[in-house]
Write a protein that binds this ligand. Sequence first.
Ligand code: AMP
Length: 404
Amino acid sequence: MSLKDLNVSGKKVLVRVDFNVPLDADKKVTDDTRISKAAPTIIYLLEQGAAVILMSHLGRPQKKKLEDGSVDKAANTLAPVIPVLQDYVGCQVQFVEDTIGEEAQAAVAALEPGQILLLENTRFYSGEEKGDEDLAKAMAALGDLYVNDAFGAAHREHASTATVARFFDPTQRAFGLLIEAELAGAEQLLNNPAHPVTAIVGGAKVSDKILLLEKLLDFADNIIIGGAMAYTFSLAQGGKVGKSLVERDKTDKALDLLKKAEANGTKIYLPVDTTVGKDFSNETPREIVPAGEIGDEWEGLDIGPESVKIFSAVIAESKSILWNGPMGVFEMKNFAIGTNAIANAVAKATQENGAYSLIGGGDSVSAINQAGLADKVSFVSTGGGAMLELLEGKVLPGIAAIRG
Ligand code: AMP
């Protein structure tokens, strides 16, 4: 059911958002993208006369407990989100230091249309990550309607993302505007994309992206491979990779993929040159060497300029582009050159050739933001793992639970 089809006026709407934002040592939000992306649904609900009850997780409180076995509430409270959220929605946000229970029930009972209540971190309850029925039932009792807008957590079968939805009739639950947009973005690529389709896949490990790469063989015309992943392919082809990050046990998978791509007519572009460093630091001496010729004392940290040229030309010819994973260690300025060049090529193809471009995956999102080009591409996904699984063709529990 679409959010706009729900009659929310005068109702208490329980909304699962993704406020799992990074915080600094002073508990200040350092990247508020997720809060900003949740705001349109919240504002829409307020404008329609709903009372909005927000729930989210933050961090991993069950993983790092205090000595007495309890969760560290001070370290993982959602309270730091409140001032940022208030700025985005333009009104006061009430807060209750529990997710369920009497205090939460009383705060919900007192909530008026046009008001917002933020519940405390769902992961303070151990049942959250287990998808616990009783916890989900207690959450569900707080709202007349349920809206899931937490795309970043949609691949988790948790109490607040999946189980809770089952306590609402299909006519009482819907996706929020962010999830609707994320699904539309992925569908645009997966169903009937304009060709040629080019996927740019980078990042640290082949093992994290192998399912995506296999799925891409179904619909991509070109697959560009960069990042440390490329060294596993290079090694598989008999290249020398020096001290580069590489998965020696994944060379068979890499060769298998190259073989499947050839049989399938999908073109795979691997780097032809590599920017190498003596060690893993920004200031380390660096050189450009042909791919597969990395000396024993060196490690690959970025794609080289020839690769940038070849990759950019492929991108310029593309009508649909998916980018997941950086071309190098873009967190270090001297090794961000390849990633920034690819960000520019994607933005240019979007702006000048009308290509549809989707940036999916946490680190490529940081890279496009770092390059200042987020508003020059078609869609920037908020969900790294969730978008990856969606593109791999998996059914996400948070999506399935709403669809029923
Ligand atoms: P992923 O989460 O798999 O997309 O990987 C992103 C991470 O891969 C980033 O933190 C990059 O710094 C890292 N990465 C990309 N290229 C390299 C490389 N050549 N060597 C080491 N790490 C890399």
